[in-house]
Write a protein that binds this ligand. Sequence first.
Ligand code: PGA
Length: 249
Amino acid sequence: MRKPIIAGNWKMFKTAAETEEFLTAFKPLVAEAKGEVLLCPPFTSLETAVKVCRGTNIQVGAQNMHWEKEGAFTGEIAPGMLTALGVTHCIIGHSERRQYFGETDETVNKKVQAAFNYSLLPIVCVGETLEEREKGISKEVCRRQVEQGLAGLESALAAKLVIAYEPVWAIGTGKTASPADAQEVIGYIRQVLGEMFGPETAGQIRIQYGGSVKPDNIKELMAQPDIDGALVGGASLKPESFAAIVNFD
Ligand code: PGA
């Protein structure tokens, strides 16, 4: 049985003080959550978030990292810096990073390997653009992103990672993939994972859906057999709406 994992991706929103305010309201609302709860605030809020979440069921992740241990990479954050803060997860290859910051399947692969080397669990984002969807190549795009992003990974590590299927056209647009469409691509991603790592490992890997997830569509999405959680942007910024998603059942 895969344990559901609901993650909030705050993108470039909230100061450290705003993070503390959010968490003070949010903590009691999700104290009884059945699945895992993860919050990924900006780098500048990570220390505060880890401190406020200590002793609770809320885990803290980063939204990005570099793959090198250290070095002359102005503006970047190394994986060991995140581990040292008490951060446990890191989102890798979000479509906004691919689109605006030149991330490729190759850099995603380096980051995934580096994350495991520093005891961070990666949440690897994949998903097609609207143009790719209209061309009917959603599955091919996801296959390439999964195969190249996870190339060379041992099965024992692969079993621990989380994949987020986020169709780019559904992010921040209010357009959600229908639960059946999301299931179709996510089921296919699990098939690709089976080819790479074997069916047993593929059955352990949790796959989230992301893209305009809201309190009123989470239940239907989570009812799909291969959907094990959600990566939530906009609706994770308010304690009540994110808690309603976390407590979907
Ligand atoms: P959204 O963002 O929920 O605001 O669509 C999801 C994401 O980008 O992870």
